[in-house]
Design a protein around this ligand. Sequence first.
Ligand code: SAH
Ligand code: SF4
Ligand code: F3S
Length: 470
Amino acid sequence: MLDLETKVHDESRQGEAYAPAVTGTQTYTKKFYIESYGCAMNFNDSEIVASILGQEGYGPTRNAEEASLILLNTCSIREKAEQTVRKRLTEFKKLKRETPGMLVGVLGCMAERIKGKLLEEEKLVDLVVGPDAYRSLPALIAEAETGQKSVNVLLSREETYGDISPVRLDNNGVTSFVSIMRGCNNMCTFCVVPFTRGRERSRDAYSIVREARELFDNGYREVTLLGQNVDSYYWTSTDGSETITFAMLLEKVAQIDPLLRVRFSTSHPKDITDEVLFIMQRYENICNYIHLPVQSGSSRILQLMNRTYTREWYMKKVDRIKELLPDCGLSTDIICGFCTETEEDHQDTLSLMKYAQYDLAYMYFYSERPGTLAERRYDDDIPEEVKKRRLAEVVELHRKHSQAGMEREIGKTFKVLVEGTSKRSDEQLFGRNDQNKVIVFPKENFKKGDYVMVKVESCTSGTLLGKAIQ
Ligand code: SAH
Ligand code: SF4
Ligand code: F3S
């Protein structure tokens, strides 16, 4: 059967593991191998883990066979994400048997959700470490080295890792993530994140600006500010004299240098403010692109999801964005087949998609997660084939919208930040425009990190093709 979820999935990159490049000139006495699953925040957390391990003499490797420590930084958002990790763990069994002293650790959201039980369920696991406990990794590793299995899944109200300088893994040297907050207080009924990531907390604004500036000084040209709900960023200095909102933070980062592009994700529709839109208007280097997950187009379903907005309210938000930022790219997340969803509710989702004309959409069918409010309160009553059929319809409609959106760009000229050589040809470069669309064009004398004006001549379903203009 066609696996729609994998096919349409991109942002949370489940199953698309990555291993780090060996960075820097430091000599390490031991090596670790890490794979990350789930959202960008998890990928960024792996970079924090790499920094903590570096202090202990562990260097990153892309080759699991030469590592003495294997880590999987996991995601629990859908059942499938957890299955992928379980499968990956069984693949490491043989390697562990053949490598004396090798330790295997499970980090991240699955560690937090399943906790110590993971040690019983997955016999090869030596360490289980939740997302707020990475500072204790050295002690936990030392304990595991004595043959004692070790677990730390304590969630914190304060931890932001704000003082830890992430070791950039698998990077292109041009774009980077910067976490600005952790956790989530929203309690959408379908979602496991509030349980795996704990209470929302905002990172020190000055440490964020410092990190972004350092990235710029090291040649990076784009930062994406990350949080489950960036618009509720709210930081107060220890002495209480200064309070910084997301709009203020965005401005501070944008002021670092006009050559540093700024993006952010994710915006909860209930929280994105006009101030944020005004700041986006004011600074050319803040990209005109908003990820505004709607989840469903039916007000009844939105209420069951506890999203705290209605269909009409969301549509007004889209209108406001288009009024203030006419060329703003818009993307979304959609869940099909949530509890009690009728054909009429499903049609509401399709019609809302027509209204918003998303450039990009991450589409899923509902996966019930243990411990969530929906699991406790409602029946997961939509048969799997109905969920999948509705998802297929949503995917097909989105494909049409995104195709039309791509075709509309033909003939236009965009400022593109070059991220690297195109996968298809060494003679072509690729980058993104402000609206996050990928553009491929002939290399000429341009290189990674350059801003190039590119005129779009044609397109495929996911890529614009063009030529640099002088
Ligand atoms: N903080 C973000 C979402 C993070 S999770 C926000 O509020 O928009 C990323 C996406 O996964 C969600 O937007 C949702 O569409 C999807 N998702 C979350 N829980 C899910 C579940 N139980 N089943 C299917 N999809 C889910
Ligand atoms: Fe989950 Fe909702 Fe929080 Fe997003 S806002 S992480 S969907 S609880
Ligand atoms: Fe997954 Fe945890 Fe992110 S559940 S989507 S890795 S916050």
